[in-house]
Design a protein around this ligand. Structure first.
Ligand code: ADP
Length: 546
């Protein structure tokens, strides 16, 4: 017997319809590439998204066609989120920090038909335009007054002209909720990038879960500023969450330096933000050196790579901003776990609470997870056993886009589970901790050393700005840890002082065998440390213990 409830597909357009009808007055504020601060309401967003949906039809965009974007966080990008997916096409957010060759490869693989781009990326688009195979229209996301005087891009279109010429009457089509809605490629630090094709259903379910109190805890009273880019897994879902709950949105555009961000936090009354640890380093350095405060910010979501506890302490103790440590992946839309306290954890000593917060947290409903040993069997949740992390759920990738033979689900013994490539422990309360990515693991004398733990200790040293720990070959132990460190400006820290700092903080045999100081650690397109580059760079490094 079926239930007798209404059949309504879960569609992204329903988020926009809800936001317009129930939160029409709520604001969206954007710092634009043109330099100004733009503000309008959810009602305006909905009307302009309908106009853009009509414009897409006039450009010949059909259901399931891929529409690419190379854009910062801003209101026009958000209009495309809804116009493209809502009309049944697929929004493909390209990462503009990638090399032109990679952008060409990804746009060709996705068979993008139209490319929308912010003016900052004009040189990149001019470089790729003659090379991409399927893009028929290029649209500059600006108004007539700011269109480039000349450009090598043939028949370059203007975003605001398209909007002005289109009707704001558009009935969002109803279709199967399993229809593809958006596409995001992994950053591909190993091999070619892989496309993750989200559906309307997976996106809506992810949005419900993301908004929950023990997840990102979003409400109509929030003012959300996603620093995480809209090209990095849909800004972790926040452009959808804001419409669902009616929260005010603040978009920072291209200005991601500490000063510009802090100004927006204060002037717009931001309560919640989100980003990778490397972004917060710049912001915190600015706030600290100018003796500034966060007067409205209450929480910040930090994920994408491990948040060093030292950063958590600065946010929480000096600024009263609670840190929500979260773990996810492009393949998980992206949210997998969020670290909010259970009652027993909240009751712990300060030291104990920080130990919990250093973990990546509990699975939100919708995600199931397990850790698996080398023999393929599930390991106990004892907080000690560490193994390969597997997940499953309605917003976890089933197959990569147009790579049927590389289906992640074909895994002997663990069919139906996605191997994340991360190594983790899970404690008896279900709190998961990433100890490493499997390719970053340091294997010393047959035992694993968690590089993240070693980095967290180094980051707690007041003179350290950034630290990466990598494996270096060792004649006796196979591999031993090498610590690569960027010092804060004008600091005198020595190798010996830093190694002594490890005393009593970790098992003695985990202590790195050597420290090298560098000017900078290479970062990838989403702001993560590129340890594969470092391993290559220090391949020949001779450890003093060797
Ligand atoms: P990639 O960088 O591989 O393109 P993602 O941006 O999807 O893709 O990154 C996913 C990976 O980032 C995870 O598998 C994990 O290794 C790492 N990661 C994400 N969040 C955290 C976190 N809070 N702590 C440690 N590692 C994290």
């Amino acid at each position: 017997m079926n239930g007798l409830m209404m059949q309504q597909p879960l569609l992204i357009s329903s988020l926009l319809i809800h936001a317009e009808r129930h939160h029409g007055e709520q604001e969206i504020v954007s710092r634009r590439v043109e330099g100004d601060i733009h503000r309008y309401t959810f009602a305006d967003l909905a009307a302009r998204s309908r106009r853009m949906a009509n414009a897409l039809v006039s450009l010949g965009v059909k259901p399931s066609d891929r529409v690419g974007t190379l854009a910062w966080n801003g209101h026009r990008h958000m209009e495309l989120y809804y116009a493209v997916s809502g009309s049944g096409a697929v929004l493909h957010t390209l990462n503009p920090r990638l090399h032109a060759d990679q952008v060409v490869w990804i746009a060709d693989h996705a068979e993008d038909q139209v490319l929308f781009f912010d003016l900052s990326f004009l040189p990149l688009v001019e470089a790729i335009a003659p090379r991409v195979k399927t893009i028929r229209h290029f649209v500059a996301m600006t108004d007539r007054a700011h269109m480039p005087a000349q450009s090598s891009i043939p028949a370059l279109l203007c975003y605001e002209d398209l909007i002005a010429d289109a009707s704001d009457t558009f009935a969002w089509p109803e279709f199967d909720e399993n229809t593809a809605s958006s596409l995001c490629y992994t950053s591909g630090t190993t091999g070619n990038p892989k496309g993750v094709l989200y559906s309307h259903r997976s996106t809506l379910l992810h949005t419900f879960a993301a908004a929950l109190p023990d997840a990102l805890n979003c409400a109509a009273s929030d003012v959300i500023l996603p620093v995480v880019p809209m090209f990095h897994v849909n800004a972790w879902g926040l452009p959808y969450v804001a419409c669902m709950v009616g929260a005010k949105l603040v978009y920072p555009g291209p200005a991601l330096d500490g000063k510009s961000l802090h100004e927006l936090f204060e002037s717009e009354g931001v309560t919640l933000s989100a980003g990778v640890p490397t972004v917060w380093q710049g912001l915190l350095a600015h706030v600290e050196s100018n003796d500034l405060k966060f007067s409205t910010m209450r929480r910040t979501i930090i994920g994408g790579s491990a948040c060093p506890p030292a950063m958590m302490r600065t946010f929480q103790e000096r600024h009263g901003v609670a840190v929500l440590h979260a773990w996810g992946m492009t393949e998980l839309s992206p949210i997998g776990t969020v670290c909010s306290f259970k009652p027993a954890q909240r009751a712990l000593s300060e030291h104990g609470r920080y130990a919990v917060q250093a973990k990546q947290g509990r699975a939100v409903f919708g995600i199931d997870m397990k850790i698996v040993g080398e023999d393929g069997h599930e390991l106990p949740w004892d907080g000690q056993s560490s193994g390969d992390l597997y997940v499953r759920g309605p917003w976890v990738v089933g197959h990569y886009f147009r790579m049927a033979d590389k289906s992640p689900l074909v895994v002997t013994g663990n069919k139906g589970w996605f191997p994340t490539g991360d190594v983790a422990t899970i404690d008896p309360l279900g709190t998961m901790q990433i100890t490493d990515r499997s390719k970053d693991v340091i294997k010393s004398g047959g035992e694993w050393i968690g590089s993240i733990d070693l980095e967290n200790v180094a980051m707690a040293h007041p003179q350290v700005a950034m630290a990466a720990c990598i494996a270096v070959a060792h004649p006796k132990w196979d591999e031993r840890p090498l610590l690569v460190v960027v010092k804060k400006p004008d600091q005198t820290l020595t190798r010996e002082e830093l190694l002594a700092f490890y005393d009593g903080k970790i098992a003695r045999w985990w202590t790195p065998d050597d420290v090298v100081f560098v000017d900078a650690i290479p970062l990838g397109a989403t702001g993560k440390m590129l340890k594969n580059k470092l391993r290559e760079q220090f391949k020949e490094h001779r450890l003093p213990t060797a």
